[in-house]
Design a protein around this ligand. Structure first.
Ligand SMILES: Cc1cc2nc3c(=O)[nH]c(=O)nc-3n(C[C@H](O)[C@H](O)[C@H](O)COP(=O)(O)OP(=O)(O)OC[C@H]3O[C@@H](n4cnc5c(N)ncnc54)[C@H](O)[C@@H]3O)c2cc1C
Length: 435
């Protein structure tokens, strides 16, 4: 089936499809044309970003649209500290263009290869309790709708569509342009230190409060954590290319990839591997422009589930998960990544209405992820857990509607904008329980 062209697959290679066509419009007019043609023939349209989600969000057998030709910065408003860009811009390109003009985005996740619209559509986030997710840094967008209009949305224009649209999984229409909040370019001093899980949990509030960005990795089957602190600095850049190469490409990807190869081949090797990987966690410090500190290369392909819970439940949930992994002996040697994000007011944002902790679970993409993911998901649901929309989960409308106070309002807007479900694929239809 998949040999047939056109063929599309996501970064993790766990989702593949054969769209009837893959379109790369070069103007907003061309986007509208594609929508109008689809409406006239009762066909569906799925907009894909750069395929860095782990679920079937982008999957379609009908028209797939990619905005990779709608790239780049459009304008900067220095009075409002905002930047307007084409929605298909990769974060990397946007970062560079902003930096060239003396600006940076406020806070980012740990890769920069996603499209800016794809990142905001799923509520992509970094860490740091002073900052919301990337969607919360968006102050306006233009939406190409199912009836072929271009709708301007912000907190003053179409405010309800703005609240629904900042995290909307491509289900309201196609975002063509977006306005992002920006700040004058800043440098970050990044320090990674090995420590013990008990010490990190004891000091958690202080680490979060006294650092701009704090996150940690816990290494299963050990007591080891790697704490990561980033703070703004005026000190000169200190990030030698050779050291970066050794840390990021050889240790974090090359050596780690080799161990993953062993782990995915030999069923019983996960426990010693986890210990080797924990022992190999690096202590490191570097200073660079913020966008170059956030972005890290990810060369080992994995599958991931990530959950958001209210921050006050984090320690208890984490302790239960550590015990569960040690009791059940899941085949896991990837560290668990823990990050902290400010609450927001975006209807389908996992951080809606609450300061949040995010816990992320990974397995090599050749290794079965269940029962590990499912058991952990059950624990996190007890704490009001909400899944990262771009990562694996098993939730459907029956349990999601109670987790999102504005669920019904979101779907009212969605049905009004797209009564025939042109922008829904089978995955969204099942998750939203729409016929
Ligand atoms: C190695 C790796 C590291 C990651 N690190 C992080 C991290 O640090 N933090 C984090 O939170 N997440 C992280 N993620 C998840 C990733 O950021 C999200 O899944 C993100 O949505 C991917 O963006 P994308 O451009 O690839 O979009 P895709 O995955 O292709 O699409 C995601 C969604 O965006 C919609 N979409 C795309 N373009 C548009 C548009 N123009 N208009 C409307 N909707 C649109 C699509 O329809 C789809 O629903 C990571 C993923 C990987 C593979």
């Amino acid at each position: 089936m998949y040999k047939k062209l056109p063929f599309w697959q996501n970064w993790a290679k766990n989702v593949q499809c054969n769209p009837s066509s893959i379109e790369h419009p070069e103007t907003e007019g061309a986007v509208i044309e594609i929508i109008k043609n689809a409406a006239a023939t009762s066909k569906r349209v799925r907009v894909a970003g750069n395929g860095h989600s782990f679920t079937e969000l982008d999957s379609t057998s009908e028209t797939m649209l990619q905005l990779d030709k709608l790239q780049g910065l459009l304008e900067i408003n220095s009075e409002k500290s905002t930047a307007k860009a084409w929605a298909g811009s990769s974060i990397k390109n946007l970062n560079q263009q902003l930096f060239d003009k003396g600006y940076n985005l406020i806070n980012l996740g740990d890769i920069d290869v996603q499209s800016i619209a794809g990142s905001t559509a799923t509520g992509t986030h970094g860490t740091g309790l002073r900052f919301g997710n990337i969607s919360s840094q968006m102050s306006a967008f233009t939406l190409a709708t199912a009836d072929g209009q271009l709708l301007e949305c912000s907190k003053d224009k179409n405010p309800e569509i703005f609240n629904a649209g900042r995290v909307s999984l491509g289900s309201l229409g196609i975002i063509t342009q977006m306005t992002m909040d920006v700040v004058p370019a800043y440098k970050l001093e990044y320090v990674a230190k090995k420590s013990k899980l008990s010490k990190t949990l004891d000091n958690l509030e202080e680490y979060i409060a006294s650092n701009r960005n704090f996150e940690f990795y816990w290494f299963p089957y050990t007591q080891t954590v790697q704490n990561k602190f980033s703070n703004e600095t005026d000190k000169p850049v200190k990030d030698p290319a050779w050291l970066k190469y050794i840390n990021q490409h050889i240790m974090e990807n090359g050596f780690f990839g080799l161990l993953c190869g062993i782990g995915s081949t030999f069923n019983t090797s996960y426990w010693p591997l986890a210990k080797i990987i924990g022992a190999g966690a690096t202590s490191e410090s570097k200073i660079n422009h913020s966008h170059l500190i956030y972005a890290t290369p990810r060369e080992v392909r994995f599958k991931e589930m990530e959950y958001n819970i209210p921050i006050e439940h984090f320690k208890e949930a984490m302790q239960r998960i550590v015990k569960k992994i040690h009791d059940e002996h899941y085949r896991v040697y990837f560290p668990i990544e823990c990050r902290f994000v400010k609450g927001d007011d975006i209807w389908l944002s996992p951080s809606y209405g609450r300061d949040s902790a995010y816990l992320a679970f990974h397995v090599d993409n050749r290794t079965p992820h269940n029962p590990y993911f499912k058991d952990i998901e059950n624990i996190l649901m007890e704490y009001g857990g909400r899944p990262h929309w771009g990562k694996m989960h098993t939730r459907k409308a029956d349990t999601l509607s109670g987790a999102y106070p504005m669920w019904e309002q979101f779907h009212e807007i969605r049905k009004k904008l797209d009564p025939n479900g042109m922008f829904l694929n089978d995955y969204l239809r099942a998750m939203f329980s729409q016929t």
